[in-house]
Design a protein around this ligand. Structure first.
Ligand code: GLU
Length: 288
């Protein structure tokens, strides 16, 4: 654990929910972990709305996030950064990676990828599912530009091997709960930087925003531990400062099951409606 004395710069933490549903107890736990960490270190807590997924995000869930967190006693800096207002920033990050020659357009449909995997007879999987088999990785520049000129729908992917060659050194990162880590991004492969349906991706926008907002300590659940292996690669490529990480265990119910957005009964809204106070809930979840 980092002691208070070792922290030289003011602490900035964030909670970055996606407004795709109502917040549940697990979100409350994560938000309080990030908030309490900032408070303990006389730092700043930031709330960020991660709404790049235009098909699943809804404005009413943004309002519900504000209401729930306020009820919990959490206070944040305003204005709140709402990702969909900052597509230019993500485009700029993508342009930098394109200029480095480590991003390529990918025209594949899900079906193309499925077919390729069936033909190959094996489907390496990582924590985010099938690892992209590289169909579009080595298209000629001519083919890339003529298909783009023909307005063929495309994503942009990171050419991971080329990126690692560019970096040409091992990358390490530090997690205050899990200790020192060596990055092993190959389990994610050529990640999507910008999607067909939205001109960014989770990995690209989160890395951009954490840097732009000066986040010093990323407090989030263990379900995103694997993502850090690629975020630190992006940070290196982009010349960004590497934050420290605190991946906390996920809160579970009495049966050991993780809370999910589909478990309607466990939303903060329904808990509030049942008459439980924020203090009671906080005691219950922070004591687990
Ligand atoms: N928006 C992500 C989520 O709701 C969290 C992103 C992060 O903490 O890095 O799962």
């Amino acid at each position: 654990m980092l002691t208070d004395k070792e922290i030289s710069q003011p602490v900035v933490t964030r909670f970055a929910p996606s407004p795709t549903g109502l917040l549940h107890k697990g979100h409350a736990y994560s938000a309080l972990m990030a908030y309490n960490y900032a408070q303990k270190h006389n730092g700043t807590f930031i709330l960020r709305i991660e709404d790049i997924d235009t098909t699943r995000c809804k404005p009413e869930f943004i309002d519900a996030i504000y209401e729930d967190l306020h009820w919990l006693g959490i206070r944040w800096q305003s204005p709140v950064r709402v990702q969909s207002d900052h597509m230019d920033d993500y485009q700029a990050t993508l342009n930098t990676l394109q200029k480095l020659g480590i991003a390529y357009p990918c025209f594949c449909t899900r079906k193309d990828i499925q077919k390729e995997i069936e033909n190959a007879g094996n489907a390496p999987h990582g924590p985010e599912g099938i690892i992209y088999p590289g169909i579009c990785r080595n298209l000629s520049l001519n083919e890339q530009s003529s298909r783009i000129a023909d307005r063929e729908a495309h994503a942009w992917r990171l050419n991971l091997e080329k990126a690692l060659n560019t970096i040409n050194q091992e990358i390490h990162w530090y997690d205050e709960l899990h200790g020192s880590q060596m990055a092993h991004p190959r389990e994610l492969g050529d990640i999507v930087l910008s999607r067909k349906d939205t001109p960014t991706s989770y990995h690209l926008s989160v890395t951009t925003d954490d840097a732009l907002q000066g986040i010093t300590h990323i407090v989030r659940g263990d379900d995103l531990f694997h993502a850090t292996h690629i975020h630190v690669v992006l940070q290196k490529l982009l010349g960004l400062h590497q934050p420290r990480y605190i991946h906390h265990p996920l809160l579970t119910d009495k049966t050991g099951k993780r809370f999910a957005k589909r478990d309607k009964a466990e939303t903060l809204k329904s808990i509030r409606a049942s008459g439980i106070s924020a203090a009671q809930l906080t005691n219950e979840i922070m004591d687990q």
